[in-house]
Write a protein that binds this ligand. Structure first.
Ligand code: IVH
Length: 678
């Protein structure tokens, strides 16, 4: 049967395998895609067509075989030939130093020992077995000796090679690593789940675990999972390098993603420095980590050190402060924001979490309280990751006291007593008091004064609250009628700072239309929308007259935003405030209509190689903010290329085509010149 297939087609299938496999490797492992998405899709479709015509040509390592398979009834058991161990933990510098001392004692040396340093990814441990370069089986850790066969699920993950790259691959190679869900993918998954009214996941780790536990691998295929490898199990038919860091580099060449932060440290002090450096960077990483793993780098020394119980003597996990802790919910208060949104805030028994003491956490809205099923008096799990506002993630049901009280959402504003209203389909409840409500007024004034709005120097949050509470300020326009003698009467306000504030107010009157529109605090009108509105209408009057249809002609303005804008300008109060602001001297130059204040609008840029100061995605973000399109490959349409160390074919192509190339320093300079603050 197979011999009926024309040899050109057989050859083409092999060619497509190679092209797609290479593209996958560049995308997932090197983080440097060379093949544009559209091109990838075209090739994949071509392969699918060929396979449909000749199903005999489908092989298990075909790039088409990542979409998931028929659901299983249960997972089979897998015995780990080489046990999957766990790690001992250290929680401070001294404990890590003790570990190093024990290592050197056992090795009977006073010389420093070199360690491999790797972030400890917070995901699910996995073992993946390759025979003659082909993925054969993937298993969970289980109890370390027996795990579950989740091959079908693991095959769907883009960064898991179905076939190893390169020649000279071992006959048997078992890699060990972590499957995890990057933060951005997790947020997006939860956003979609919430939108569909489905249950959301508590954190990326749970989401990764839940995704891998699916009996239906077609569900797993939809989840944004990634693999990062950190070691090997069984190996036969090849000799691996004798340093751990070099083994990982070899795995990388065979097609696996390894952690880009991995480094070797020449002694334990360098390990401590590494731990502190990564601790500071923890919030910026694209994935959750809960510590750093240090491993004696020399594998001969590893063998001499051996194991105790279930952990190797040659490795240690130095944990970061936990990002989740338990505490008691003492009370719930309701805060009112700029747009009237009433937010329940949990008052907590103070708890040390994510490196700080937390005594408040947001409960978001009424739906969230319902979803959590939380009551006052409950023991709750709090999560604080990086600078993110602490969240209540779950309730410890078994610890509910008998006198736990239900949380009653107020039907009147706790600040101004106006009715609280909810729009059907919207989770947020709002105080209907508008600017009668002093809480909303304070927030509106703070926003008006903020840097990206009117940029009034010296008018901080505390001062706004003081001015409103003292009855000196009732509206944004009132700011421009503040008097020196009133200001100096305020607590902690000297003659000099009062005068500075008045000067800053005077300076702020000379503004731009986009800043002024943003400052008005219209719902859903951020900086970008304000800019688009200004550019479309040129000046304020035509914008104020525009109806919802006319507003929808503005770039990126849909029915919802159009409605909020039109509604805002119809309010007599808003019209009066705007008039009062103009009377007070607030002014701007009309915008060039339809013109572009995006300096790189219409240009196409390409980023390649490694950047030191910025991540690639930050670079991309900045370029897009300036209006440029960022492409994955260099062509005659490319305007500029940013090339860091390690840039390869794209840089050559740019030179061939005579396209300007900037190094990182020149790139940063260009961004700064165009007003990007880095
Ligand atoms: S090494 C023999 N390296 O942490 C060494 N583990 O208790 C065994 N983990 O569930 C593990 N990142 O999955 C190692 N870079 C890393 C790791 C790592 C995360 C997980 C591992 C296991 C737990 C260890």
């Amino acid at each position: 049967m197979t011999d009926k297939i024309p040899s050109e087609q057989r050859q083409r299938v092999e060619e497509l395998h190679q092209i797609l496999q290479r593209a996958n490797y560049q995308y997932y492992v090197l983080d440097n895609p060379e093949l544009p998405d559209a091109e990838y899709d075209r090739r994949l479709r071509e392969l699918q067509e060929l396979e449909k015509e000749h199903p005999q040509l489908i092989s298990p390592d075909s790039p088409t075989q990542r979409v998931g398979a028929e659901p299983l009834k249960a997972f089979a058991e897998v015995h780990h030939e080489v046990p999957m161990l766990s790690l001992d933990n250290a929680f401070n510098d001294e404990e890590l130093q003790e570990f190093d001392r024990r290592v050197r004692d056992r090795l009977n040396t006073s010389e420093p020992v070199e360690y491999a340093c790797e972030p400890k990814l917070d995901g699910i441990a996995i073992s993946i077995l390759y025979r003659n370069g082909l993925l054969e089986r993937a298993a969970t850790r289980g109890d370390g000796t027996t795990g579950e066969d989740i091959t079908q699920n693991v095959r769907t993950i883009g960064s898991v090679p179905l076939r190893l790259l390169d020649n000279g691959v071992p006959e048997v190679l078992e890699v060990r690593g972590e499957i995890y869900m990057p933060k951005a993918g997790f947020a997006e998954l939860n956003r979609k789940a919430a939108e569909a009214g489905e249950k959301t996941f508590v954190n990326p780790r749970n989401a990764a675990a839940g995704s891998l536990r699916q009996l239906d691998s077609r569900i797993t295929a939809q989840r944004p999972l990634e693999l990062c490898v950190y070691g090997v199990g069984q190996v036969a038919g090849a000799t691996l390098p004798d340093r751990h860091t070099e083994i990982l580099q070899q795995l990388n060449r065979w097609g696996f993603r390894i952690n880009s932060e991995m480094a070797a440290a020449s002694d334990i002090d360098a390990c401590i420095a590494y731990h502190h450096k990564l601790g500071d960077k923890r919030g910026e990483l694209a994935y959750d980590i809960d510590g750093i793993v240090f491993k004696v780098n020399d594998t001969a020394l590893q063998r001499r050190l051996g194991f105790v119980a279930r952990a190797p003597r040659w490795a240690m996990a130095y944990k970061f402060p936990a990002q989740e802790e338990m505490t008691v919910l003492k009370d719930v208060e309701f805060q009112v924001g700029r747009t009237g949104a009433v937010t329940p805030v949990a008052r907590l028994e103070p708890v040390f979490v994510g490196g700080v003491t937390v005594s408040n956490a947001t409960l978001h809205n009424r739906d969230e309280i319902e979803r959590l099923g939380v009551k006052i008096g409950d023991t709750v799990v709090i999560r604080r990751a990086g600078d993110v506002i602490p969240q209540v993630v779950s309730v410890v049901a078994s610890k509910r006291p008998e006198d736990a009280r239900a949380i009653v959402f107020p039907d009147h504003c706790p600040v101004c007593d106006s009715p609280v209203e909810s729009t059907p389909g919207e989770a947020v409840a709002r105080c209907s008091g508008g600017l009668i409500c002093s809480a909303q007024r304070k927030q509106a004034i703070k926003h008006f004064a903020s840097r990206k709005a009117m940029d009034i120097d010296g008018l901080g949050d505390k001062l706004v609250e003081q001015l409103v509470d003292e009855g000196l300020l009732h509206s944004v326009s009132g700011l421009f009628h503040l008097k020196l003698d009133e200001l100096v009467e305020l607590e902690r306000m000297g003659q000099k700072s009062a005068q500075n504030l008045l000067d800053a107010l005077e300076r702020s009157k000379d503004t731009t239309l986009p800043k002024f529109l943003y400052a008005l605090g219209i719902r859903e009108v951020g900086e970008a929308t304000a800019r688009n509105l200004a550019r479309h209408f040129g000046d304020l009057e035509p914008l104020m007259q525009a109806d919802e249809d006319a507003l929808q002609e503005v770039e990126d303005v849909g029915p919802v935003v159009a409605h909020f804008v039109a509604e805002f300008f119809q309010q007599t109060h808003a019209q009066e405030e705007i008039e009062a602001l103009r009377q007070a001297g607030v002014h701007w130059q009309p915008e060039e209509q339809g013109g572009s204040d995006q300096p790189l609008a219409g240009q196409t840029w390409v980023l390649t190689g490694k950047l030191e100061t910025l991540s690639r995605s930050e670079g991309k973000d900045y370029l897009q903010r300036l209006g440029a399109k960022v492409a994955g490959s260099v062509s005659a349409n490319t305007d500029s290329v940013v090339a860091g160390p390690g840039a390869g074919s794209k840089l050559n192509k740019a030179r061939e085509l005579d396209i300007p190339v900037l190094d990182e320093e020149e790139f940063l300079e260009m961004l700064r010149e165009r007003g990007i603050e880095i």
